[in-house]
Design a protein around this ligand. Structure first.
Ligand code: AMP
Length: 538
């Protein structure tokens, strides 16, 4: 692990370690880079971001910088804990490649204090700063947006990791990144809590043992609101009263605000329709703590990922039919784009032209649901008709199944802009939930918060055997098991190591090895898991 205090040192080092040793380096093969911005005093919350970054990137940089620009004059800038030696040890143990720990002088050239009126700053939308912490911390989000924009420009990561613990910061940074067209993907990570429910924070160090036990009321109050929400309470006022009532059980707690806003736009909500963010700030003694919870009325999502040939799409289709959920065939979306590329006469290697094309295309998956027994409600919806696939209004359901499309679909799906455009559409489809999706990155990238994640596996030998049977059934020429095994092994390697959406089992996915199972048995297992875990837990 290396530690740099200057921009020059960091940039020079990153440039050298991002190059593949391979001489044929292109933008697509450059190794991926993840950035975790922190203010140091690292704890398990930060480490969860670092571990995620480690899983998803070839090179991981952690920045440690207590940013003077985001602290108000009465705030704790000077006493904020500084523990660089210990942070370095934790980073080293977590497999971090580079720490970037600049001085304020290095980042701002002495213009962060009284001279900040001669510093260029990023100003997030005022409406997003008009709620929650915004009014209580004037200048804070401008300071955060400015330092994060600078760090993103200095490090130029593919992905940057932020905690849901700072929900307003996350929403604002997403907007800043989108509005300034910064070429980075922001990844949100769940809040890590102590057993008491208290969200980990570097500021917890300020709490006395008594205050620490009182602090657990923050999460307890949010949890009560969540329970009420699941019992059908949707009105903001009622949910907020529940939180305030629980907080009032701790005399020492001085709430600064309890508010309910939309998690992405920060617009205050009178009622939660799909999703709402309940956020709190409160003082305990001299310490200011924040916490939040997202309330979601979304129906459950089942994500089925796994390597090629494990039977994902057959299983996903049947699970959806069995449970009356929508089957979202993500493969069909990539096929539709492939068909369009071929129709347009664009070379498959012309990624720029394909990016241009896909960004202007709309794919629709239309499911014809038929009621078997009209009075039986949702559960009786069945997939009597398969999915109709439209691209730019044209029905291509049959066309996308031709061998010509099959031959090129994986090359198209590996292109960054194609992936980005379709993941965006997939997220939109899943917004209301009630879907089963299969792919390589559904549980990790598209719906990391899916209620049930399955990782469908089968050994290389078994997948080769199944493939050989398929080929025979299709009357294709005989291919030896050895050749098929080698091809499947190589495809696995390629899928797991590629820069864009690599195949990876989500930490909370259930692995099902299907070698000795029939399709019916696999479907039944997933249906049971769904019923046990979701329905009984709801
Ligand atoms: P900080 O050092 O407080 O600026 O935090 C650095 C990053 O770690 C931010 O993206 C925080 O949201 C995130 N973070 C802090 N505490 C937690 C936690 N308890 N769980 C998850 N992420 C956290």
């Amino acid at each position: 692990m290396r530690l740099f205090k200057t921009i020059a040192g960091l940039r020079s080092y990153l440039a050298s370690c991002l190059q593949e040793t391979d001489s044929a380096v292109t933008a697509q093969t450059r190794r991926s880079l993840g950035l975790v911005p922190t203010m140091g005093a690292l704890h398990e919350g930060h480490l969860s971001l670092i571990r995620r970054a480690r899983q998803e990137n070839a090179v991981v940089t952690v920045s440690i910088f207590v940013n003077p620009l985001q602290f108000g004059p009465q705030e704790d800038f000077h006493k904020y804990p500084k523990t660089l030696a210990q942070d370095s040890e934790l980073c080293e143990a977590a497999g971090v490649d580079v720490i970037f720990a600049p001085s304020a002088e290095e980042l701002y050239g002495g213009r962060s204090g009284s001279r900040k009126d001669i510093l260029t700053q990023v100003i997030p939308p005022r409406a997003m700063m008009a709620v929650l912490c915004g009014p209580h911390r004037p200048g804070h989000f401008e300071g955060v947006a400015t330092v994060v924009a600078k760090l993103l420009n200095i490090v130029q990561p593919d992905r940057a990791y932020f905690g849901q613990k700072d929900a307003q910061q996350l929403a604002i940074l997403r907007r800043v990144v989108a509005d300034l067209n910064l070429p980075v993907e922001l990844i949100a990570c769940p809040t890590v809590r102590e057993a008491s429910g208290l969200a980990l924070s570097s500021r917890n160090q300020y709490l006395s043992p008594e205050e620490r036990s009182h602090a657990a009321a923050l999460y307890r109050s949010l949890h009560r609101a969540e329970q009420a929400f699941h019992q059908g309470i949707r009105k903001s006022q009622e949910l907020i009263s529940i939180v305030k009532e629980e907080l009032s059980t701790v005399a020492a707690m001085r709430p600064q605000y309890v508010e309910l806003v939309h998690p992405e736009t920060m617009v205050p909500l009178a009622e939660v329709e799909e999703r709402g963010l309940v956020a709190i700030a409160a003082h305990l003694g001299n310490t200011r703590l924040i916490d939040n919870i997202v309330l979601s009325a979304r129906k459950p999502i089942i994500a089925i990922d796994g390597p090629a040939g494990a039977g994902k799409s057959t299983v996903a289709r049947r699970v959806a039919a069995e449970l009356g959920l929508l089957y979202l065939d993500t493969g069909a979306m990539y096929r539709a784009v492939t068909w369009l590329v071929q129709q347009s006469g664009i070379e498959i290697s012309d990624e720029a032209a394909i990016a241009e094309l896909v960004s202007q295309s709309k794919i629709e998956l239309v499911q014809h649901l038929e009621m078997q027994e009209p009075e039986a409600g949702d559960a009786s919806l069945s997939l009597a008709n398969p999915l109709t696939v439209l691209i730019n209004g044209q029905d291509v359901t049959r066309e996308i199944r031709t061998p010509a499309v099959t031959a090129q679909v994986s090359a198209i799906a590996a292109q960054g802009e194609v992936r980005r455009a379709l993941v965006k559409q997939q997220k939109e489809y899943g917004r209301r939930g009630g879907v089963v999706m299969d792919g390589r990155d559904i549980g990790t990238q598209v719906f990391p918060d899916a209620e049930l994640k399955i990782f469908l596996m089968a050994s290389v030998q078994e997948r080769a055997r199944r493939r050989q049977l398929d080929l025979r059934e299709q009357g294709q020429p005989e291919v030896s098991l050895e050749t098929l095994e080698r091809a499947i092994f190589e495809r696995d390697q390629k899928d797991s190591s590629r820069k864009i959406s690599p195949l990876r089992k989500a930490d909370d996915a259930i692995e099902l090895v299907t070698d000795d199972l029939t399709i019916e048995a696999v479907v039944e297992k997933i249906v049971c898991l769904y019923r046990d875990r979701l329905l009984s837990g709801a």
